[in-house]
Design a binder for this molecule. Sequence first.
Ligand code: IMP
Length: 431
Amino acid sequence: MANVVVVGAQWGDEGKGKIVDWLSSRADVICRFQGGHNAGHTLVIDGVVYKLHALPSGVVRSGKLSVIGNGVVLDPWHLVKEIETIRAQGVEITPETLMIAENTPLILPIHGELDRAREEAASKGAKIGTTGRGIGPAYEDKVGRRSVRVADLADRPTLEARVDRALAHHDALRRGLGLEPVDRAALIAQLEAISGEILQYAAPVWKVLNERRRAGSRILFEGAQGALLDVDFGTYPFVTSSNVIAGQAATGTGIGPGAIDFVLGIVKAYTTRVGEGPFPSELHDADGERLGARGHEFGTTTGRKRRCGWFDAVLVRQTCATSGVNGIALTKLDVLDGFERLKICVGYDLDGQRLDYLPTAADQQARCVPVYEEMEGWAESTEGARSWADLPGAAIKYVRRIEELIGCPVALLSTSPERDDTILVTDPFAD
Ligand code: IMP
């Protein structure tokens, strides 16, 4: 397989960092195709911890090309700071190792401000619980055809025209929210000041990727967030503002869908969610607390405590379908060590009817009662297991039942944050 897409198959935070790092060590090109610096990927390489938000995971490895595709929304000031931080850790980042698509829309300071102002103004129940990074407003401007894009930074008259187009909309909106109008001159000056730093990485990414593909490069498409936060197929409106599912790897970079050879879904052995919105298998008891504490379930980007619950096979079966997942990487199995009994959500009861999918209508979602199957837990530790023989029988049964219920095989099983603590069943890059 030449090209692999990695997607989170739940609400994000499935433990993509470790898997993406392992795959990126074997890829030639690593591309981000959606989201922005709302993502948080932690990589541990030779004992050094790297925290990435906007940069693709490949940047910390030499000899790789890292790419930010047009499906991303990019905060140029954040990116420059992130590059400085990673450089200070001894990593080389140059226009030979990092490329940004010229048609990438920018996140401006007004987007972050609007994101936070809206969240503050929203009543309880209407809040999304966003990361406050301006992601939603930046995507709104993209589809509203009023974004400032990377290529616009190269020409002052174009830049001014783009800013004016954006401000015609934003100033009206800001008046309604009681915010001051935007200081146009200051915004243009800020953009001009950062333009050189960004433009050195600008490239026709669609062309480079297609050429690299023809030349036989292995390309890894690195998804952020998770498929249940997808703007179309997630728990709308409690979602992020991009398409997160695997099809976005094509439109978010400019490579044809036929170029995707393998889709790897990252799946946590239980469920977590940050922010507001439906979560049928959520736990509000000691089991939930225990999952959170053992799993260190705090957000990388915002530090918020994650909501925790049992594994929901219905939702994962759904995301495996919408992303065309070929195999899953199951993570954090060791967090379940020591539970006497485990539950898996296998369906929902809606007004006396059994459903095998989550309905779209919000009122129906709210009335869905999860149907659980109970399984025996295991007392032994699975942490650091490197072969099936290292796993207790009950843990193997749990994994096999998940495969059956979601209709997708395990390609990799991760049993600790350490790179080598992995059981490999199918290598996504193997021919
Ligand atoms: P936004 O992407 O900042 O607009 O936030 C929208 C929703 O997506 C909120 O519920 C966030 O908590 C969630 N979200 C955004 N990025 C991530 C992520 O990387 N991991 C988990 N949840 C995320």
